[in-house]
Design a protein around this ligand. Structure first.
Ligand SMILES: [Cu+2]
Length: 157
């Protein structure tokens, strides 16, 4: 009896990545399409991409990230100047009223420094996003291959 309970608990943990296409809601904001890429090791930073949709009448902003798998998650922006790309730290990412903002490989993204473990394709982890006005919301993140350029959930809608 106890064994089957323990097994059920393990299965529910392992099932988390399958929930990666779920949306999370906080106030007027919907957060979905959360994904990342496999890393070569734990020494390299991982990336974090997500879609944020505002149904509200007031502007908001993404001001922070936190996750159990990284000691120092940061917000970055990819900027190309004269053909050279750089990734300055972003203090916040604007979420204008009524609009959709995508963190994606060409622009704003999360950079997860200080990984506690390498990320493998098929893994999943939780990410908590902090918004200036709406507050905090946690979403499951799917880990795709190193070559992925969009969420696998994007095909579903
Ligand atoms: Cu970066």
């Amino acid at each position: 009896m106890h064994n089957s309970w323990a097994l059920a608990a393990v299965l529910s943990v392992m099932a988390t990545p399958l929930l990666a296409c779920e949306a999370a809601q906080i106030g007027d904001l919907t957060v979905d399409h959360a994904w990342s890429r496999a890393t070569i090791g734990a020494e390299r930073p991982a990336v974090f991409y997500v879609r944020i949709t505002s149904a509200g009448a007031a502007d908001d902003a993404l001001v922070g990230l936190s996750t159990p798998i990284a000691g120092m998650p940061m917000l970055h922006e990819t900027v190309v100047t004269d053909g050279a790309a750089s990734m300055p730290h972003a203090m916040s990412i604007p979420v204008p009223a009524g609009q959709t903002v995508e963190l994606d490989p060409g622009g704003y993204h999360g950079m997860l420094m200080g990984l506690t473990t390498a990320l493998k394709e098929g893994d999943g982890f939780d990410m908590t996003l902090t918004f200036e006005k709406a507050g905090q919301v946690t979403i499951p993140v799917e880990v795709l291959s190193m070559r992925a350029d969009r969420s696998s959930c994007a095909d579903a809608d």
